[in-house]
Structures are given as structure tokens and as C-alpha cells.
Design a protein around this ligand. Structure first.
Ligand SMILES: [Zn+2]
Length: 690
């Protein structure tokens, strides 16, 4: 990592330094030791730098081949070691890997900056971009070139020296402020405890009470009970506590985090962030911050996001209002002489849920034995695409628990390797995800097949009982499998794909639809003891539970999404008064007083970092996956023509062409919002007026 040029002998025992001599070329996991990573990272960066240097120093006129393709082929070793390292540090970590991750992360980000801020490299890229008419590029090459070029531009590569210096100052200020913003939220959250006495616990389940006793004990107040504004503490309290005064107290604390006029107040911090982002957009030649963020996404411009959110908003508000009326009825019936307030919502929603949608997890789990769910998703993929999955023996495993499968196409040809890693363990991160050790690309005119992994933290088997999943876990398996199919079917020529950020969840969320279709449940949801298929009444209950509280959830989510968009489409840098901005905007769009946004401005962590002008993307993807599933439902959920169009137009192309165009090619028209509304129970018949 220094400039030292002395040749060091190559360590031939390091598995990263030779071709993996394994079945399907999977990484030789059993030979890779912690000590191999850092030398491989270092050599990878040295080689990557040399590759870039060669492009920059090339005396010939820049072309697609000698610049863009050469960049795509640069740093191969670094890519290989990074893929293995980060997959292992998520699913099979230990102290050594954690230490390496801490040390290597800033080095890698410095390395990436070095390339993306390299002015000579940019000049080469710009020359190819400006002269692209001469190169007779195909659409995939044009798409890659466009993404590489615009990526540089959004980073400020096109600015003169003075403007680049201004940009650096803006970026530095922003990074300090966004860290401050999130630290303030943390301090405000950690700084609040609501202590209660024994008599105040009425309505709360035993598990919540003992957790609250533990919290108080940890805070040195043994014998009392304490609740915090962290989600696992406050939301059960709001749901079950019979004490309306205490619900109000803790909800006020929750919704005013960062808004208490103390040292952790976020009003000014956010105002400055928003203003600096507006300045930066101007400097980079964009109208607003949103325009920069959305440029490489499916949505492209803020107007498209507003249009979608506003359409959904109009439909969701009346549903939430009718929920209000229903809850008010319960209040009145119970003799409460008050109007429903935001802090009452969870409490009365729970009463509604009990009455209308009660689902007993223990009644359902026996029908979702892990192996049945896994084989069910394989069967679904087989019916849709003709692909098959066979277990592989004698192949290196990333962890002894990982189950390896060879995926074969309908003609029997090899499509890829898929690892499934189901159970929690100390060395594994929380949650579920899909990753890979190799992505599809073309080398010497030959396709290199992908090696994909999915990891979960599912309920484990215990004693004689096999692993019985919850409905949510079964859906999660389908979700990650959808990501895996996206990787297995991909046919990108290049190493670098540019998958639109607001399109990433389409293949995964789409797959979830099959999981709970009655026809599919009949295929796989069989009782683990009797092999009886799941009764129709339970299927109906699962379907109904999907409608629960959707008016509220959609409205509180949309309110935050719209607020995010409103802040980031400010055109002129200005000192915004956050509290009045929020209030005036939400009133102007007709938010009902019984609901607050899911995140109010001063604790809306998403918009400080990473999801700025991006919180919309959850529902954006949901609109598209519901509409895409509608395409199947119109012709039958296993229709071969639709399935093959989905594979050809979307899964094979993802990241190699414009996402909206892919969708149009598949569907024939843009997504409608009605399928999502219908599936969430938000399609209301217009009320008849008397
Ligand atoms: Zn996902």
C-alpha cells in the first residue's frame, strides 16, 4: 500500500494468487485463512492501480476498448478477494476478520476515491463519451459508458479546479453534519427513560414487563420498570398499555427526539444539510439534490416520484380515515369520552386486529417445514423457467451449514451454483440477504457462470421437531431466492452492472407473491407430521392479515417519503425553519391529525445518510412488483410466455440497460398502482352520497 517498488516474492500458498482448482471454480474455502486476506487486498490494489495507470498512460486515442472496457477488466484480484471476504465477514466472521474489516474498509474507500477522482482518467472517459458516435457501440456498451461517465460527473469531475475545491468543502461539511445528525438521534434516544410503578403496567404482556424490569435494573433502578423510545420498547407499550396518559407521555418523547432545544437539537443541523445539498446541486449543474440522486435510478426525475406518491396518497388517506372512524367507534363503545389521537393508534389498531385478523403463529408453523418451503420454491422456479436444482457433494463450503446446489437450465446446461445457509449462529449477521462469490460476465467470448449465496437466520430445528418457519420466514426465503434468480439469470457482458437502486427489490418482492398464493401453498405447505395440505380457512386468514392496518401504514410511510422529497427539491439554498416547513407541508397535502409521519424531520435518519431522496423507493418497488405479478395473474401464475418474457426482458438484462425500458419491454406499459392498492386492501368503493 506504499509506493515501494521492490518486487516481493509471490506467496504461492495464498489461494487467491492462483486459479481456484475446484468444482465450478468456487472459492477453495477450506484453504482460505484469515492471514491470506490482507496480502491479497494489497496485491489486488497494486494490480488495480497498475491497470488504471496503463489506461491513463496509453498514448493512443481513447476508445471504448482501451478505456471503458479496460477499466471494467481492471483490478480482477481485488474484486475476487473482496467478494469472498465480504461474504464471509457477513456470514462466517470471527475476531480476525472483524479486525481486517475495520482496517481495510477505509483503505478500500480511499482506493475507490483515487480512481473516481482521477482527473487524467476522467479526461479519457470524457473523450470516449464525447466521441461515442465514432465507435459504433451496441446498447449495452452505450449504457455502461453513460453510467461510468455520469458517475464521474456527479462526483464533480467536470468542474474547474476552484469549483472542485468548493465541492470538497461542501462535502466535508455535509459529512460532519450527517454524522452529527445521527449521533444526536442516538443521544436523544439513549437519554430517555420512562420509569413506571407496578400499578402502571396494566394491559402489558408478561414478556414486555420483564424486559422493562431488566431495563430499569440496568439503569440502576431495580424494582421499577422502564420504557425507552427504542422501537422494541415503545411500540409494544403503545400497543398494549391501557394507560392513555403514559402512552401520550412516551409518544411525545419519541416524536420530539432532536427537537428539544438542547445540545442534541437537530432542527438547525437538518436545515443546514438541506441547504448545503441545494448548493451542491447548483454547483454540479443540477436543478435540485433530488435530480442528482434520481438520475441513475428508475424514477429519473423528482416529478415521477411525486406523481406516484401523490396518487397513492389520494387512495390511502380515505382508507386511513375510515380506520379512524372504526377505532372511534370502539372508543365510544368503551365509554371513552375523547377523540382518537396519534398516540392511541397502536392500541386501538390492536383491538381491531384481534377482532378481525387474528392469526395464530403456532397454528401455522407446522405447515411451513423448512425443507418443504425450500423444495416448494425450487418447484415454483422449475414450473416457471424449467430450471432444476440438484444437491452437490464434495464442493468447498463457505460454512459447514451451507447447502450447495447446482442450478441447471431447462436444457440441462449449467447455470450456476447456489448456496443456502439457513440457521443463525454467532458468526453470522442478523437478517437475511443474497450475495455472491462470482457474478456472471463474459471472458474471452465465454460466459462465466455465477456463484450465488443466500443467508438467513431462521428458526432452527429443536429436538425431534424439524425447523418450522413462520409465514414471514417462508416469505423471506422466497424474497432472497428472487434476488438469487436475478443473479443466476443475469447475462451481463461486463463485470460492472448498474442496477437501478429503486429496482433492486423488484425480483425479490415479486417472488414473494408466489409464496402465499393458494395454488402454491397447496404444493408445498403440508403439515410436517400428517402431510395434510394447509386448510383453506388458514390460507384465507393469511390473506386477510395482509390487509391489517394498511391505510395507516401506507399514510405514515408516504408522509415521510413526501417530506424527504420536499426537502430535497428545494431549488435555492435557504435557511428553512424545519418545524414550520414540516407542519405547513403536511397540512397542505391533507395529512389527517390522527397520524404523524413515520419519521418526523428531526429523527428521520434515512434522509441524513443514504436514503436522502430515496425513502420513496420501498413503495416504488412495491408498485412495480405488484403490477408485475398482475401480468402473471392475468395469464395464470405459471404462464410460460409471461415467465419467459420476465426472464429475457428483466432478469437477464438487469443492470445492463435502463430499468424503466426493461419494465416496459416486459409489461407493455408502465406499472399501474391498482394491483398494490388491491393487495393491501386500499381499493375502496367510493362512498355513496345521500
Ligand atoms: Zn431484498
Amino acid at each position: 500500500m506504499t509506493g515501494c517498488k521492490t518486487q516481493q516474492p509471490v506467496d504461492t500458498s495464498n489461494p487467491f494468487f492462483s486459479v481456484y482448482n475446484t468444482p465450478f471454480g468456487v472459492p477453495p474455502f477450506e484453504k482460505i485463512m484469515a492471514k491470506h486476506y490482507v496480502p491479497a487486498f494489497e496485491k489486488g490494489m497494486t494490480e488495480g492501480r497498475a491497470d488504471i495507470e496503463k489506461i491513463v498512460k496509453n498514448k493512443e486515442k481513447p476508445t471504448f476498448e482501451n478505456t471503458i472496457l479496460a477499466m471494467d477488466n481492471s483490478g480482477k484480484l481485488l474484486t475476487n478477494v473482496s467478494l469472498v471476504f465480504f461474504a464471509q465477514s457477513s456470514a462466517n466472521t470471527n475476531d480476525s476478520l472483524q479486525k481486517i474489516e475495520m482496517d481495510i474498509s477505509p483503505v478500500l474507500s480511499g482506493y475507490r476515491d483515487e480512481i473516481s477522482l482521477n482527473p487524467e482518467l476522467f479526461l479519457k472517459v470524457k473523450s470516449v463519451y464525447d466521441n461515442q458516435g465514432q465507435f459504433n457501440l451496441n446498447p449495452e456498451q452505450t449504457f455502461l459508458l453513460e453510467n461510468v461517465y455520469k458517475g464521474f460527473v456527479r462526483n464533480g469531475a467536470n468542474l474547474n479546479k476552484q469549483d472542485q475545491d468548493t465541492l470538497k468543502v461542501l462535502n466535508q461539511k455535509l459529512s460532519v453534519l450527517t454524522v452529527k445528525f445521527s449521533q444526536n438521534i442516538l443521544a436523544e434516544t439513549n437519554g430517555y427513560l420512562m420509569y413506571v410503578e407496578k400499578g402502571d403496567l396494566t394491559g402489558l404482556p408478561e414478556s414486555i414487563i420483564s424486559a422493562a424490569a431488566e431495563t430499569a435494573k440496568d439503569a440502576g433502578q431495580e424494582g421499577k420498570w422502564a420504557f425507552t423510545t427504542q422501537r422494541p420498547s415503545i411500540f409494544p407499550f403503545l400497543t398494549y398499555s391501557d394507560r392513555r396518559d403514559l402512552r401520550k407521555k412516551i409518544y411525545d418523547a419519541y416524536t420530539n427526539r432532536g427537537n428539544n432545544g438542547n445540545e442534541y437539537d437537530n432542527n438547525k443541523v437538518l436545515a443546514e444539510i438541506v441547504s448545503l445539498r441545494a448548493s451542491r446541486a447548483k454547483l454540479l449543474g443540477y436543478k435540485t439534490h433530488s435530480d442528482i440522486v434520481l438520475e441513475p435510478r428508475m424514477a429519473k426525475v423528482p416529478e415521477n416520484v411525486f406523481k406516484l406518491l401523490n396518487n397513492l396518497w389520494e387512495k390511502a388517506i380515505p382508507v386511513a380515515s375510515s380506520d379512524v372512524a372504526e377505532m372511534q367507534k370502539i372508543i365510544n363503545k368503551e365509554g371513552g369520552k375523547f377523540k382518537l389521537e396519534p398516540y392511541d393508534w397502536w392500541y386501538y389498531a390492536e383491538k381491531l386486529r384481534k377482532a378481525k385478523y387474528d392469526l395464530d403463529d403456532n397454528e401455522l408453523r407446522p405447515y411451513f417445514k423448512l425443507e418443504n418451503v425450500r423444495d416448494g420454491v425450487f418447484a415454483v422456479a422449475n414450473k416457471l423457467f424449467g430450471i432444476s436444482f440438484s444437491p452437490i457433494t464434495n464442493i468447498p463450503l463457505p460454512h459447514p451449514d451451507a447447502q450447495p446446489f447446482e442450478v441447471k437450465d431447462s436444457d440441462g446446461s449449467h447455470l450456476g451454483v447456489l448456496y443456502l445457509d439457513f440457521y443463525p449462529r454467532q458468526s453470522k449477521q442478523q437478517g437475511a440477504w443474497c450475495g455472491g462469490y462470482r457474478s456472471y460476465h463474459v471472458e474471452n467470448n465465454k460466459g462465466v457462470t455465477p456463484i450465488v449465496t443466500t443467508a438467513y437466520n431462521f428458526t432452527s430445528p429443536s429436538g425431534d421437531t424439524p425447523a418450522l418457519l413462520s409465514v414471514e420466514e417462508a416469505s423471506t426465503l422466497y424474497h432472497e431466492f428472487g434476488h438469487a434468480l436475478d443473479a443466476l439469470f443475469n447475462k451481463s457482458t461486463f463485470n460492472q452492472t448498474s442496477i437501478a437502486w429503486d429496482f433492486v427489490e423488484l425480483p425479490s418482492q415479486l417472488m414473494e407473491h408466489w409464496a402465499m398464493e393458494p395454488e402454491v401453498l397447496n404444493m408445498y405447505a403440508k403439515h410436517y407430521k400428517t402431510n395434510e395440505p394447509i386448510p383453506a380457512s388458514l390460507v384465507q386468514k393469511i390473506k386477510n392479515s395482509g390487509y391489517f392496518n394498511q391505510g395507516f401504514e401506507t399514510v405514515e410511510y408516504l408522509a415521510s417519503s413526501l417530506l424527504d422529497m420536499k426537502y430535497h427539491t428545494i431549488e435555492t439554498p435557504a435557511n428553512v425553519d424545519i418545524q414550520s416547513f414540516e407542519k405547513e407541508y403536511l397540512t397542505s397535502i391533507g395529512l389527517i391529525p390522527e397520524i404523524l409521519p413515520r419519521y418526523r424531520s428531526t429523527y428521520f435518519l434515512h434522509i441524513a445518510g443514504g436514503y436522502d431522496s430515496g425513502y420513496y423507493s420501498y413503495i416504488w418497488a412495491a408498485v412495480y412488483d405488484n403490477d408485475a405479478f398482475e401480468a402473471f395473474k392475468e395469464k395464470g401464475i405459471f404462464d410460460q410466455t409471461v415467465a419467459s418474457s420476465y426472464r429475457k426482458n428483466i432478469l437477464e438484462k438487469n443492470g445492463t440497460m435502463d430499468a424503466m425500458q426493461m419494465y416496459l419491454n416486459f409489461r407493455g406499459h408502465d406499472a399501474a398502482i391498482e394491483p398494490l392498492l388491491k393487495n393491501r386492501g386500499l381499493l375502496q368503493q367510493p362512498a355513496t352520497k345521500n
